[in-house]
Design a protein around this ligand. Sequence first.
Ligand SMILES: Cc1ncc(COP(=O)(O)O)c(C=O)c1O
Length: 446
Amino acid sequence: MKNIPLPPCNHQPKKYTGPGATEVLALRKQFMNPAIFLYYKNPIMLVEGSMQYVWDETSKRYLDALGGIVTVSVGHCHPYVVAAANQQNELLQHSTTIYLQPNVALYAEKLASKMPGDLKVCYFVNSGSEANDLALLMARTYTQNYDVIALRNAYHGGNASGMGVTAHSNWKYNVPHSFGVHHALAPYPYRGTFGYDDADAGKKYADDVKQLIDYATPGKVAAFIAESIQGVGGFVEFPQGYLKQTYEYIRAAGGVCIADEVQTGFGRTGTHFWGFETQGVIPDIVTMAKGIGNGCPLGAVVTTPKIAQSLTGKVHFNTFGGNPVVSAIGKAVLEVIEKENLQANSLKLGNSLLAGLNRLKEKHKIIGDVRGRGLMLGIEMVKDRLTKAPATTECAQVVENAKDLGLLLGKGGLWGQTIRFAPPMCITQADADFTLAVLDEAIGAL
Ligand SMILES: Cc1ncc(COP(=O)(O)O)c(C=O)c1O
């Protein structure tokens, strides 16, 4: 493969003096969870980051086009976010909700200001799984119904309730789970029953939700939960009209609508601040994590005052939720998104990349589908455009080749057949051009 120069960068990484990658790999194998996986044949170890770039222990630089799995939203170690964290770290690191704390209250006010409609009450947790668990509890308590409709090809977390609403066999252990959960057809225009050429696809997929309500539940449901664009599933964007029609069916059956914005929120889609807005709906409960904290453990659930009331019959408590340090970070992240117009940057560079990826699709037959919005772009690889047989091995090889050329990409989809591009939202046109040149080379080298 021919070398493609990374765009220039002023940051000088410090000399790394810690344990080497081989030693760290051995420690990980001996002392850590054996069910986690590594991406590359020769795993890389990251020791420093600055904005859209990361460095390994040998000071090799990479463009981080996955952002720690769609988590580093405004840039690695963004100076404004680091300053906010440092300032609070020196004052008070933990207090808990039994005392008043200014940061969490100011942050809740700021986060609520970004929400449409009556979504004004914030709960803070530590992760996306916890956020979805709480959202499901809220929905069931509020509606007094139990059944939940989720989507196939969804990922909502690795705890018991997250796994229950997730619908990818890779993430589901063989234990009793998903009681009361029904998985509707994934509104997946490239691979699903109703394709891009079907103008009524949104309504037709929504009708499957209605059928589940009628056939698989008591006719009453607690909730519908969906990612606004499926993330782990390979950045699958739903046909227009899908959420609008589905929300109508769910509300008519007494349920509430939960939008999982763990990957799609905070301006990443470019056109909108929240993914659900791309479908013209307002959910009843919104869950957030990942990009909300730019890499710090922060999650949130935002709902209406009426729904929040339903949890007041008991104490709902979370030790670290809204911790003073993470609240300072969360607020700083929102301020950076505003000050640096990162949503507009996502839109501009996302459009430029999408056009470039479509050109690559014309050149490389292995690309079956290019999709997404803003800086959330998927490239689905197939062995054959007619059969759409997933090109799993080839996709892994492209990701490997790209890494050798200095670009870190993600994989998604049930078979690991979709390349995921979701960098920090601070990338530049030069990074976008580099990405396209590397992808062209990495696919060409197959
Ligand atoms: C859409 C979505 N929801 C929820 C989760 C779970 O988040 P966490 O890993 O922080 O528990 C994830 C994680 O990848 C996700 O992508």
